[in-house]
Write a protein that binds this ligand. Structure first.
Ligand code: ATP
Ligand code: MG
Length: 424
């Protein structure tokens, strides 16, 4: 036997048995986002590498060490998208969606980052992304935070905690950067290699460190609040008041800086205590400068990304109700003799019951082996269409998952009986 080819580390197959949570989340998210007037956009999973360098930032973990970058056959450098905002902005500019217009958009799909795979951290993972363009006020920030909260509630997920912070404007941040530079420069003995490298290029990134040996040093660093101008302060106060008015609890975390360079003013994270180290389920913020930076006209914007694998882990941990798309009914028949009538019978049942999930046995075999398949399919009912039944224009309905009696009904009456027996 030749050697088997394995999947790529950190890139998972989602098997049918694991699909219920995915399908539930996709259905509920689409409904919640539409409920706030957000429209779906579908974007390529690859972009020119330069887009991510400019949008995400050269001195970020993502661009420095996590991107899947390669040359295509034409010699152009392309990257699998590590996040969705850059592509959404690129598309918005390219198709004139942003100029003198407001947009509320969402998308979903795989993202790619070359990270160390572990629980809640994969190399191909999935996000729901939400972006609003053209609104300056904190009302959109509040709306998106409330929309994420509503999604969690609609799924039945509990125990999420909200942290917010403000990063100010680029000018305010430049002053703050100088202050941070001075503070960290005074403690060279505590800085790790990453932080030393970042000290001159982007000292804010040091606040994002996950190195416990640096926790005390980071806790003592100056905070950006002291460097905010009047407008940024008012924006942040407006955000806090808006959340208060909606009864959404939050904590202000001055260390929350986010791993991407494009954020301005509001940043937030929805965090859970139930997933261990990979605790951020949904993260976002304002990126008022990004559209212009990527060649569009100046357009304020606000968005978030939600980690699908982490939210699904929570849904499973918390046993929330999931959509069931398994077959409900398994049709057993005696191949050669009744088989010719089976397709028409099955189609007639689907005509009568458009939501019915009916699997028709294929491949012949004994009644006993067909019943085994029926049980394995998870179906609630088996339909039996043997020679006797066919001769009488009847069908037998056998409940598989409880002790209800098997019934024999006329074919015309079958759809009605199936519907009644499937009633919860
Ligand atoms: P983390 O701090 O956990 O690395 P991040 O700040 O890099 O997260 P974002 O770029 O903001 O994450 O992505 C938004 C969300 O996507 C995160 O809150 C998380 O739920 C999810 N996410 C990010 N990276 C991964 C990954 N490698 N595997 C699974 N989910 C991820
Ligand atoms: Mg990360």
């Amino acid at each position: 036997m030749s050697q088997r080819i394995q999947s790529i580390r950190g890139m998972n197959d989602i098997l049918p048995a694991d699909n219920a949570a995915w399908a539930t989340l996709e259905r509920v998210a689409a409904r919640v986002f539409a409920g706030y007037g957000y429209e779906q956009i579908r974007l390529p999973i690859m972009e020119r590498t330069g887009l991510f360098k400019r949008a995400v930032g050269e001195v970020t973990d993502i661009v420095e060490k996590e991107m899947y970058t390669f040359e295509d056959r034409g010699g152009e450098s392309l990257s699998l998208r590590p996040e969705g905002t850059a592509g959404a902005v690129r598309a918005g500019i390219e198709h004139g969606l942003l100029h003198n217009a407001t947009q509320r958009l969402w998308y979903t799909g795989p993202m790619f980052r070359y990270e160390r795979p572990q629980k809640g951290r994969y190399r191909q993972f999935h996000q729901f992304g939400v972006e609003a363009f053209g609104q300056t006020g904190p009302d959109v920030d509040i709306e998106q935070i409330a929309m994420a909260a509503r999604l969690f509630a609609a799924l039945g997920v509990t125990g999420m905690r909200l942290e917010i912070n403000t990063l100010g404007t680029p000018d305010e941040r430049a002053d703050y950067r100088d202050a941070l530079h001075a503070y960290f420069s005074a403690h060279p003995e505590t800085l790790d290699e990453d932080s030393k490298r970042r000290l001159d290029r982007n000292p804010l990134r040091i606040l994002d460190t996950k190195n416990p040996a640096m926790a005390d040093l980071v806790a003592g660093a100056p905070t950006l609040r002291e460097y905010l101008g009047a407008e940024s302060s008012a924006h942040f106060d407006g955000l806090c008041r808006g959340l208060d008015a909606l009864g959404i609890d939050y904590t202000i975390n001055p260390r929350l800086v986010r791993g991407l360079d494009y954020y301005t003013r509001t940043v937030f994270e929805w965090i859970t205590s139930d997933l261990g180290a990979q605790d951020a389920v949904c993260s976002g913020g304002r990126f008022d400068g990004l559209v212009e930076q990527l060649g569009g006209s100046a357009t304020p914007a606000m968005g978030f990304a939600l980690g699908v694998e982490r939210l699904i882990a929570l849904m499973l941990d918390q046993n929330v109700p999931l959509d069931d798309l398994k077959p409900q009914v398994y049709l057993i028949h005696t191949g050669d003799t009744t088989g010719a009538r089976v397709p028409a019978l099955a189609e007639a049942l689907r005509d009568a019951l458009p939501d019915l999930r009916l699997r028709v046995h294929a491949g012949g075999g004994s009644m006993k082996s067909q019943f085994k398949r029926a049980d394995k399919s998870g179906a609630t009912l088996a339909l039996i269409f043997g020679d006797d039944e066919a001769a009488a224009d009847e069908i037998q309905i056998k409940p598989l998952t409880d002790a209800r009696e098997q019934e024999r009904v006329a074919i015309e009456a079958a759809a009605g009986r199936i519907a009644a027996l499937l009633e919860p």
